[in-house]
Design a protein around this ligand. Structure first.
Ligand code: PLP
Length: 421
């Protein structure tokens, strides 16, 4: 069937994400992907500036991952994880625990970033319940934060954020704060925690970079403040590293460069090198021990059907091999410098509010975007795949992107933003 045919016949039956189906042009049919290139069905090639929502850290179709998945497919594509164990998952758990700072050591697998955050939230509440604290059911999270689209995740996202504000009436009421970036706000934050300590299970934060909520960066000292405050008030600290994990901010995990160890961390996205859905919630020894008891109801009450899928775990192990064998973090550092240089001309455009770079994340913040569909179309005409949201144009390329490809991306951003700004 030709692309024109499958598109025409399938479109009346598909419902696309975050898409006003009445006014948005149809999606572009893709024929194949390779490295940092997306080939469209009509033969046009786009350089991918966002690595499929920041997942494809080694580029598309890396042969080492493809081979690992093929090998696993012949052995065992899936087996339930309740009462049965398999090598890909146990090896992956051991490797993740070794990569994360001590005492983060217990890995619970699930299948998406949202569910990894949900599990972290559920773990926190049940940790307290298991110790007899029935009132610690709320979460403190931050303006500018994004943690996923499920109901519990939406409740800890920025409440003003357009995607989820619609649902406010249906969401659990949480405590939303500003990140304590200076001394005065640290004192205010401390007072807020003191006022709510009895009802808070945990603080949830995206460390160093808030992603889909606005691509906002903060320093390590903010996370150090959160850790100190959480400890002072006996509240757990959850790092949502779904965006920041696997080299995106320059180190393997953001917690590493921040020098802060959370009680629980959520990972997904680039965990499988962007090849398939897999996520992990990793808890510290203290959290895990809070579930050990003679009472069966003290066990963690969660178990997604496809958790620890062997194909996805094999892909993730292969992705970790690549981090060991190839210079990904050095590549992230080089991308960082190229982004700083390449996006700098945007600073001169009157409608550009800010240009910022952290690790392999480059952001051009405009005062507003009037014609989002037009802007997206112009990027495609310029031969690149860049998907602005709200007033944010960003690049989160594969860490393996070529120098020339990255230059095409930054040149396209400067040219297209320059037309409008
Ligand atoms: N947390 C963060 C920081 C994210 O960036 C995302 C997705 O963008 C999620 C959670 C949700 O992940 P998923 O879309 O896999 O459910």
């Amino acid at each position: 069937m030709s692309a024109a045919d499958w598109l025409e016949q399938g479109l009346p039956h598909i419902w696309l994400p975050y898409t006003q189906m009445q006014t948005t042009p149809p999606p572009l049919p893709v024929a194949s992907t390779k490295g940092s290139r997306i080939t469209l069905a009509d033969g046009r090639e786009l350089i991918d500036g966002i690595a499929s929502w920041w997942t494809a850290c080694h580029g598309y179709n890396h042969p080492h991952i493809a081979q690992a998945v093929r090998g696993q497919l012949d052995k065992m594509p899936h087996v339930m994880f309740g009462g049965l164990a398999h090598e890909p998952a146990l090896t992956l758990a051991r490797r993740l625990a070794a990569l994360l700072p001590d005492p983060l050591e217990r890995v619970f697998f699930c299948d998406s970033g949202s569910v990894a955050v949900e599990v972290a939230m559920k773990m926190s509440v049940q940790f307290w319940l298991n110790q007899g604290f029935t009132g610690r059911t709320k979460f403190l999270s931050f303006r500018g934060g994004y943690h996923g689209d499920t109901f519990a995740c939406m409740s800890v996202c920025d409440p003003e954020e357009g995607m989820h504000s619609l649902f406010a009436g249906a969401l659990a009421k949480q405590i939303i704060a500003d990140l304590p970036v200076d001394e005065a706000s640290e004192a205010a934050f401390d007072r807020l925690l003191a006022a709510h300590a009895e009802e808070l299970a945990a603080i949830v934060v995206e460390p160093l970079a808030q992603g889909a909520g606005g691509m906002i960066f903060h320093g390590a000292e903010v996370l150090q403040k959160l850790r100190r405050a959480a400890d002072r008030h006996g509240i757990l600290l959850i790092f949502d590293e779904v965006f920041t994990g696997f080299g995106r901010t320059g180190t393997m995990f953001a917690c590493e460069s921040a020098g802060v160890v959370p009680d629980i961390v959520a990972l997904s996205k680039a965990l499988t090198g962007g090849t398939m859905g897999l996520a992990a919630t990793i808890a510290s020894r203290k959290i895990f021990e809070g579930f050990l008891s003679d009472d069966p109801l003290h066990a963690l009450m969660h178990g997604p059907t496809f958790m620890a899928n062997p194909l996805a775990c094999a892909a993730a192990n292969a992705s970790l091999d690549l981090f060991e064998q190839e210079p990904r973090l050095a590549q992230a550092a080089a991308i960082s410098e190229a982004l700083k240089l390449g996006l700098a001309p945007c600073r001169d455009f009157p409608r550009v509010k800010d240009v910022r770079v952290l690790g392999a994340i480059g952001v051009v913040e405009l005062d507003r975007i009037d014609d989002m569909n037009g802007l997206k179309r112009r990027f495609v005409e310029a031969g690149v795949w860049v998907r602005p949201f709200r007033n944010i144009v960003y690049l989160t390329p594969a860490l393996t992107i070529g120098e020339g490809e990255l230059k095409c991306l930054t040149d396209a951003v400067v040219a297209v933003v320059g037309e409008r700004a």
